[in-house]
Design a protein around this ligand. Structure first.
Ligand code: C2E
Ligand code: MG
Ligand code: MG
Length: 684
């Protein structure tokens, strides 16, 4: 039997002395029995009193000690109290603990509150029991009793720490959560920084509050901690009162909500809003620069269309993962939407180093992407904007990277462009033109001039080519080579081409009604040709009663014929079947595979003006074209005829028709019919 332990089995028979340090002599035992303060020993495991002095029997309203020992206290104790007692037992075993608490007991159902000092005492069989001694208290006002009760039962963890950092007092909730009753304040923090923050604030302001990740008996948890500097009521020495609430569930839920708000669902990358916040919050005194890399997957639409959206998603996720593996921990990857990603690199000091990192990223991206049985190779276009956080305006930085990206795409994709002021000016100017064109289209600033085409033999005007001009309110008449390429690139050509087509068709109707027997030639851009709207419009006009579709010729260039032969042929056949005519414009400048002349239903070829201005050196080529065209029965037009010498050569060479300044420049429709006096009178 341990020293100071009591023998429960023989407790009633033996003159034992409960107490950890008192020898179990008859005298000592008799003294305890006679004490006026109630003293009893509680067997925590069995919820029974194993020893009680007379005062304790009176307090518990028991007839005698035997009756008290026979009581089963478990029935009257809540799960909470049981748990608390277990905790005490643990604390007694761990160290020389002692607790003083108000305890409300219910002898015969009547509540009696007493201040009790608990200490550990080994029972005869070696288990830890609890020695309970009622002490006098002069503070047992109802308010004190209630507040003491509240302290015992609350879930808020309350600990009073000494200035040395050890706990002076822990309420049951704090004891329950603590890693040990002997811990130091600093031990609870999983992040040292949090402890430092609290200590610093306590020194400076006397109090502090923060949510910190702490280590508890139940593992790592999040506690909302409030700490206040105070004095220990018992000793008057400086201390810190720390209250804590477990906010783990709340924190996890909040973190999850935050994660969802900050991230792109598909790739797990940050979103635009987060990127903006991050860039705006960068420390302004940061050393080194930042680089914003704007990535765009080349021809991503083809991946989506060709392999399906699932593959498209796989590609985006893969690229995000690869980027994440390449960047440093403080760098950021965001997806702005679609196939556009932004990487923000910090601490950029040397351009060569940055170039190297960009190259490595592109290499990582270019590795094939596998999914089920499909393999896809992707390339990316990149625009880079380097900036210092002190002048980081998010929109400006992003716009600069976007401008650089635009250049990369323009130069054929799979390229990197580093933004500088010169690039900025060029692109901004270009974008201004785009905006102006759009505006001009809405405002009706575009007009059509017509250039006559004449039959070389009969000297009769057979056709009028509709050529668009932009009547700019400030810059005057702008020729198509300035704006057609931009319209082509941006897709605005579809709207512009549609407008020209309608004006041309209406002109043909008007001439037919006036009995003027002249065709209208309308240029159709490759993009317009691919658009289904073209056929729709042509069908609509063709169905209009009396519409002279045989007087409409559509001029397409050779590159329109490159691609899916069958589809192109089907479209051309339908156009011809509707009654329209088709001409190949700028013949000889594009994809000069003459075989297509016989494969597609063509009515006319217009030899490009470069061949005419090249005469007489280009004579053999022109002759070859004329021979070939004669054999398959298409009309040949020479474009860009500027001189009588050109005209004479073409007349002799057997060309069918001519068009050029020699006859007339393109002119407004009102001047058109007077524009070609006669061939004989024309300028030389
Ligand atoms: P194009 O279809 O080959 O039109 C002939 C171009 O040659 C016209 O230039 C015309 O003014 C010019 N030209 C005519 N005779 C001579 C000459 O003797 N010498 C020289 N050096 N040039 C001559 P323009 O009007 O500037 O049009 C240029 C190009 O713009 C057109 O070439 C055509 O490809 C395109 N374009 C014009 N209007 C439209 C349109 O409505 N839609 C589309 N898609 N393209 C158009
Ligand atoms: Mg043309
Ligand atoms: Mg041409």
């Amino acid at each position: 039997m341990k020293t100071g332990a009591i023998d429960i089995a023989n407790a009633s028979a033996l003159p034992e002395c409960p107490g950890t340090n008192v020898a179990a002599t008859d005298d000592a035992f008799a003294i305890v029995r006679r004490l006026r303060a109630p003293v009893w020993i509680f067997d925590i495991d069995h919820s029974r009193i194993v020893f009680a002095n007379d005062a304790a029997c009176t307090l518990w309203q028991a007839k005698d000690e035997a009756e008290l020992r026979a009581r089963d206290f478990k029935q009257d104790m809540s799960a909470m109290v049981l748990k608390r007692l277990k905790q005490y037992q643990f604390d007694f075993i761990e160290g020389d603990a002692s607790f003083t608490e108000y305890w409300t007991i219910y002898p015969n159902g009547i509540p009696v509150s007493v201040m009790v000092v608990y200490t550990g005492i080994y029972l005869a069989d070696g288990r830890m029991g609890m020695h309970c001694e009622v002490v006098d208290s002069k503070d047992d006002t109802p308010e004190n009793l209630r507040s003491a009760e509240a302290l015992l039962h609350t879930d808020v963890m309350i600990t009073l720490y000494s200035i040395m950092g050890g706990p002076l007092y822990m309420n049951p909730a704090a004891r329950n959560a603590a890693i040990s009753s002997q811990h130091q304040f600093s031990d609870i923090f999983l992040n040292d920084q949090d402890h430092l923050e609290i200590m610093q604030a306590l020194l400076e302001h006397g109090e502090h509050r923060l949510v910190a990740k702490v280590s508890t008996g139940a593992g790592a948890r999040w506690h909302d901690i409030s700490a206040k500097r105070c004095n220990d009521a018992a000793t008057g020495k400086p201390a810190a009162l720390v209250t804590a609430i477990d906010v783990t569930e709340l924190k996890v839920a909040r973190d999850k909500a935050r994660y969802l708000a900050d991230r792109d669902q598909l790739t797990g990358c940050y979103n635009r809003a987060y990127l903006q916040q991050h860039i705006e919050a960068l420390p302004k005194d940061q050393v080194g620069l930042c680089a914003l890399l704007y990535f765009d997957v080349d021809r991503f639409k083809q991946i989506n269309d060709g392999f399906g959206h699932e593959m498209g998603d796989v590609v985006l996720r893969q690229l995000a993962t690869r980027a994440r593996l390449m960047i440093r921990s403080d760098d950021i990857i965001a997806r702005l939407g679609g196939d556009e990603f932004v990487l923000l690199l910090h601490g950029v000091t040397q351009h060569e180093q940055l170039e190297q990192r960009v190259t490595q990223l592109r290499q990582a991206f270019s590795e094939p992407i596998h999914h089920t049985a499909t393999h896809v190779n992707v390339t990316v276009s990149v625009g880079v904007s380097v900036f210092h956080p002190k002048d980081a305006d998010f929109n400006a930085v992003l716009s600069n990277a976007d401008i650089a990206l635009y250049i990369s795409k323009q130069q054929g994709r799979n390229k990197v462009t580093y933004f500088d002021d010169e690039i900025g000016d060029t692109v901004r100017e270009r974008r201004q033109i785009e905006a102006d064109i759009k505006h001009g289209l809405q405002k009706g600033e575009f007009i059509i001039h017509y250039q006559p085409r004449v039959e070389i033999q009969t000297k009769k005007i057979v056709s009028a080519e509709a050529l668009v001009r932009w009547n700019h309110p400030k810059r005057g008449l702008i020729m198509p080579e300035t704006f057609i390429p931009i319209c082509e690139e941006t897709g605005m050509i579809e709207a512009l081409g549609q407008w020209v087509l309608e004006v041309g068709c209406n002109q043909a109707i008007e001439w037919a009604q006036q009995g003027v027997d002249i065709e209208v030639s309308i240029n159709i851009s490759p993009r317009q040709f691919q658009n289904e709207e073209l056929l729709g419009t042509l069908r609509r006009y063709a169905q209009t009663p009396g519409f002279p579709q045989q007087k409409i010729e559509l001029e397409i260039t050779e590159n329109v014929l490159i691609g899916d032969d069958e589809q192109i042929a089907r479209k051309l056949h339908e156009i011809v079947e509707l009654g329209y005519r088709i001409a190949i414009d700028d013949f000889g400048t594009g994809y000069s595979n003459l075989s297509y002349i016989s494969r597609f239903p063509l009515n006319c070829i217009k030899i490009d003006k470069s061949f005419i201005s090249g005469l007489p050196e280009t004579g053999p080529i022109i002759r070859l074209i004329l021979t070939l065209a004669k054999q398959i029965g298409v009309v040949v037009v020479a474009e860009g005829v500027e001189t009588k010498a050109d005209y004479d050569w073409l007349l002799e060479g057997g060309c069918d028709q001519i068009q050029g300044y020699y006859l007339s420049e393109p002119v407004p429709v009102e001047a058109f019919l007077e524009s070609v006096p006669t061939l004989d009178q024309s300028k030389t």
